[in-house]
Ligand binder design. Sequence first.
Ligand code: FAD
Length: 320
Amino acid sequence: MAAVLVYLTASGGAVDDVSLQALALGAQLASGDAVHALVIGDEAAAGGLGPWGASTVHVARHDALGTTAPDAAARILDDLAARLGVSVVIGPGTDTGNTVIARAAARGGVPFAANCTGATAGNPITVTRLRWGGSLLEEAAIHADRAMLTVAPHSVAARQTGGVAAVETFTPELDPADLVVRAVERIPAANGGVSLADARVVVSGGRGVGSAQGFAPIEELAGLLGAAVGCSRAVTISGWRSHTDQVGQTGTKIAPELYIACGISGATQHLAGCKGAKKILAINKDPEAPIMSAADFVVIGDLHQVLPAISAEIRRMRGA
Ligand SMILES: Cc1cc2nc3c(=O)[nH]c(=O)nc-3n(C[C@H](O)[C@H](O)[C@H](O)COP(=O)(O)OP(=O)(O)OC[C@H]3O[C@@H](n4cnc5c(N)ncnc54)[C@H](O)[C@@H]3O)c2cc1C
């Protein structure tokens, strides 16, 4: 048993799925001991977290917390962990989660294990974590009074176990130095509002798409399916799409119901980002492409013919 603090990220009054997954690992590690959760700024998101495993939700409220400020978040997390005397701090293994937990670990001088897929309480705590883009699973023992971990997205299922959480609001101590690094502007993604990380269907294009304009049939199909558009690194390096669309080891890791990979060869670093998909449909001219062995369904052909045909059939079936 170990008292645990889980850092949750939230927006628009709701905690995101990856944070609920981190909370599930926290509840498992605590095994009956206190599961503290921290929400920064977004007070509306603090309700309803008891069933997801939290025993107390701490809400940090401060006038300066209207924007993303990783050093401020790290200080709040580190101070709260010390005040509560917890032995484990967990966060979501997203860009934000890893950034904040790494900074908090550096502040507190404690070890940080990123991208864990599981952990066992004890002294030392043992963790399993993804290395080398997911091609290696590492078992590690953390010898420390306090360990900090992040949970690889979609490797632990969020679980409703019942329960009611107390909500405690506090005003953290912050200095101007904590707010030097902060987001000054937010540019909405040009994807019609479906986020790549949370989309149930992702239609993704690789070098085989040929150009930025070549993404038109991918966007058309994504629009029909209510899907997000993704891409490979060959595409972002070519400047055809922004890095926020990249799936893979150095992009976003996703676990949709369906991943449609068009003109993507299936390099290890790409598969590291999409192997959590429940089903993969590969559309590729090359029957020997590595993606074929990772796929559940394959269409061997030119994506510029296959995709318009799929979209036309969907329209026909919908009578549009
Ligand atoms: C440290 C590191 C990190 C990396 N991180 C990532 C990452 O996060 N994400 C990522 O994607 N990559 C990553 N890479 C790059 C990765 O190794 C591959 O180079 C990249 O994924 C290849 O992209 P691709 O599949 O689009 O291109 P290619 O490998 O060139 O494949 C193109 C495919 O398109 C097919 N094709 C061509 N024309 C058509 C057509 N008209 N119709 C149908 N099929 C067609 C071809 O048969 C081929 O299979 C990383 C590499 C390194 C070294």
